[in-house]
Design a protein around this ligand. Structure first.
Ligand code: KIV
Length: 324
């Protein structure tokens, strides 16, 4: 394992927070601005969740289609902006189901190529040997039981888990097995509060709840849900802390209106040039040779892509190509 970067919340601190009864705060994020906001808000853990499939990539009602390459890309952007929070890369469906070897290879990609501090994967059962193999490779693993969206079809949809005594006992056993396999924390999703409380009591590593009641050691919500960027039906466990969709729509409508009515841009949004330069420019443009040059430039820009181009000229000195 490598030394964590300066300022990074040390992973063992999470177990201390549990022991001290200090709630752990986790949120998902999928890009650098989101990670920066999470950092500024003092969030402890940022999960680059495979919910990206739905909230970022437009897949409806499923996390299954998101790929390793997409998850690595998103994780890299978050890692660049999140300094203190522990950044967890969520292993997408297909990246760890086939074998321990494939799981370790893909976990290494999150760790090495994307710079994640840890990875998360779903389920117990066959996932236990994956956890052991990844932890043995030196990569910290967060577990996830209860409603595991990657197997939502097998679970009969996005439904609360552990509602019968028998299913609740199985959940307790699964969470204990994940701790035993080496997980540093376990997400409990859509689980009745008393079951989550019992698991939290029995585990020495922290539990992070989402729809699992107030007795978990920490809570996680999906960024788009808590900020009001998700639309349509939301699970009952979501609390909205803002209505950003409304704000964004209002702002875009106001912008479109201003452009169409000429209210934007105003004087303050435009650039001037010295009066004598402007006069010279206008004089030049009125001379016949300048008109011919601008006609030639116009016809060159409408030439087909495969037409012969004149030899490249170097840029005139002092011409700025970057935005001011
Ligand atoms: O992918 C995700 O966002 C998650 C959280 C809901 C825990 O797994």
């Amino acid at each position: 394992m490598s030394t964590p970067p300066k300022g990074k919340l040390p992973l063992p601190r999470l177990a201390e927070l549990k022991r001290d009864g200090e709630p752990i705060v986790m949120v998902t994020a999928y890009d650098a601005p989101g990670a920066r906001f999470a950092e500024d808000a003092g969030i402890d853990i940022v999960l680059v969740g495979d919910t990206a499939a739905m909230v970022m990539l437009g897949h409806e009602g499923t996390t299954v289609p998101v790929t390793m390459e997409e998850m690595l890309f998103l994780t890299r952007t978050v890692v660049r902006a999140a300094r203190r929070p522990i950044v967890i890369g969520d292993m997408p469906f297909g990246s760890y189901q086939v074998s321990d070897e494939a799981a370790v290879e893909n976990a290494i990609r999150f760790f090495k190529e994307a710079g994640a501090d840890a990875i998360k994967l779903e389920g117990a059962g066959p996932s236990l040997s994956r956890v052991r193999a990844i932890v043995a490779a030196g990569i910290p693993v967060m577990g996830h039981v209860g409603l595991t969206p990657q197997s939502a079809t097998m679970l009969g949809g996005f439904k609360t888990q552990g509602k019968t005594a028998e299913a609740a006992v199985r959940l307790v056993e699964d969470a204990l097995a994940l701790e035993d396999a080496g997980c540093f924390a376990v997400v409990l999703e859509a689980v009745p509060s008393p079951v989550a409380a019992e698991i939290t009591r029995r585990l020495s590593v922290p539990t992070i709840g989402i729809g699992a009641g107030p007795d978990c050691d920490g809570q996680v919500l999906v960024y788009h849900d808590l900020l009001g960027l998700s639309e349509g039906h939301l699970p009952r466990f979501v609390k909205r802390y803002a209505n950003l969709s409304r704000e964004i729509r209002d702002a875009l409508e106001a912008y479109a209106h201003d452009v169409r009515t000429g209210a934007f841009p105003e004087e303050q949004h435009t650039y001037e040039m010295p009066a004598e330069e402007l006069e010279e420019f206008q004089k030049t443009m009125r001379t016949p040779s300048a008109s011919r040059a601008s006609d030639q430039a116009r016809s060159a820009s409408s030439r087909p892509a495969n037409a012969q181009l004149p030899a490249a000229r170097s840029e005139p000195p002092g011409l700025k190509t970057s935005s001011p």
